[in-house]
Design a protein around this ligand. Structure first.
Ligand SMILES: [Cu+2]
Length: 288
């Protein structure tokens, strides 16, 4: 059983291993979707882009609706398994970031994810292992045909962006029921009111459909995944997912989609929405 931790509780060695696994996936493991043209890391960027935009866009949409949590849960678990197989180290797990940047909560440090972009260099990240001049983290997939090969961030420059506060924003969202689909539901509140502003706050690549270009995407979504789990436990008599049935690919028995039917699948395995409700069945849990 893999245990996911708050990144602030990782040892220096665990942080180093996580970063090294990302760099391996980025540089040494070939793509399944487009071998020779991109890396295995880039496949995860591609799948997320195809879920939102572009000529390979598939349906149903896993954003702005109930599939948001189950779909990203599988994407993250597949990324975690890819990190493990790239390094032959099945102790590596995705840590989470609780959107706090004070003290040890800050993941944007030189020994971990690197810092903000430099606005004199097109907002390229210039510190840490993913900095452009380290030449170890080339961006290869953009929302449009081409873009900057450097990882980009623009902390807080979008005036509509913010980092949700654990005591107020997160606690208030966790009280919301039902799961979906009304404007005040859990899914709508979490995705629109907590998740989106963080993407925009980090800015740069994180503000795009190709947001997994920034490794912080996975720490951000890991926290979202943990919150879904917390919400479920906090509301034991509420349905953990809605709609229970639907003919639009949204119900509990619907199969999650990660590619157009005539394009290669990014990974082996098939999951229905209902298969994602038990994280231990998927092979992981969260530190208590
Ligand atoms: Cu997403």
């Amino acid at each position: 059983m893999n245990i996911r931790q708050n990144h602030r509780n990782l040892s220096a060695e665990q942080k180093e291993k996580f970063v090294a696994a990302i760099l391996r996936l980025k540089n040494d493991i070939d793509s399944v979707l487009s071998p020779g043209n991109q890396s295995r890391y880039d496949d995860f960027v591609q799948v997320h882009k195809n879920a939102m935009t572009g000529s390979d866009m598939f349906m149903p949409m896993p954003h702005q609706g109930p599939l948001f949590f189950p779909w990203h849960r599988i994407l993250l678990r597949q990324f975690e398994l890819a990190l493990q197989s790239a390094t032959q180290d099945d102790s590596i797990t995705i840590p989470f970031w609780n959107w706090d940047i004070s003290g040890l909560n800050n993941p944007f440090t030189d020994d971990f994810l690197g810092g903000d972009g430099d606005n004199e260099q097109n907002d390229r990240v210039v510190t840490g292992p993913f900095a452009f001049d380290q030449s170890k983290f080339e961006v290869r997939i953009w929302d449009n045909e081409s873009g900057d090969k450097g990882l980009r961030r623009e902390f807080g420059s979008d005036p509509s962006a913010f980092l949700p506060n654990a005591n107020d924003d997160v606690a208030a969202a966790l009280k919301k029921t039902p799961y979906s689909p009304s404007p005040g539901s859990w899914e709508r509140t979490c995705e629109g009111g907590l998740h989106n502003p963080v993407h925009r706050w980090v800015g740069g690549n994180m503000a795009d459909a190709t947001s997994p270009n920034d490794p912080v995407f996975f720490l951000h979504h890991c926290y979202i995944d943990l919150l879904w789990e917390r919400w479920r436990k906090q509301h034991p008599s509420t349905s953990p997912y809605l709609p229970e049935s639907s003919n639009h690919g949204l119900g509990l028995a619907s199969t999650l989609v990660f590619n157009l039917s005539d394009r290669p699948a990014p990974w082996d395995g098939v999951w229905k929405v209902q298969d994602t409700l038990d994280i231990q069945n998927l092979g992981y849990t969260y530190e208590s």
